[in-house]
Design a protein around this ligand. Sequence first.
Ligand code: FE
Length: 210
Amino acid sequence: MNNKILQDLNYGVYVVSSKDETKNVGCIANSVMQITSSPATIAISINHENYTNECIKKYNKFSVSVLNEETNPEIVGTFGFKSSRDIDKFEKFEYYEIDELPVLEDSNGYITCEVIGTLETDTHTIFLGKMISCDKKMEKEPMSYKFYHKVLKGKSPEKAPTYTPDIEEEIKGNRWKCTICGYIYEGEELPLDYICPLCGAPREVFVKVD
Ligand code: FE
């Protein structure tokens, strides 16, 4: 089997958000798609281990912030590689609330949904959401998963539906890898004050890839 073909499927980069009793929660999702047009329904895939998964199940609503190519990469680092169990991911970023759901300012716009069905796989829950409302606020190029990989040099976390271990481990050469988020720095030496542009981790967590 040549599972590289899976990388020819297209994905975006989104922040899927919901709430727990005390705060807003959210995580990065790349599998978000419109399933029907009228009424509009949206399907998303969220790992069982993601805190956002259990919050959506309790709150029964979620929002999707559609990131663009100029979105601060720290948003991807924070929402993709940290857990809302431990921190309030929204604390560092501007956001507004629509239908009692958080939406990131630094995105093209949003879709809010009420959950109308779920399907469990071994690792992920597929949530089917009926759209409550949506808006487009910016005309910037939406961030594709390809852009995330090629330009931001981001990696798939293990909990991503599209994680493929053998492809993720292919990177070799004169490079340093962030052990928190997988970001790759290319060069002989890391600058002394280097901070991971994706997740904000310090230089010390980088390891040489050889
Ligand atoms: Fe990092």
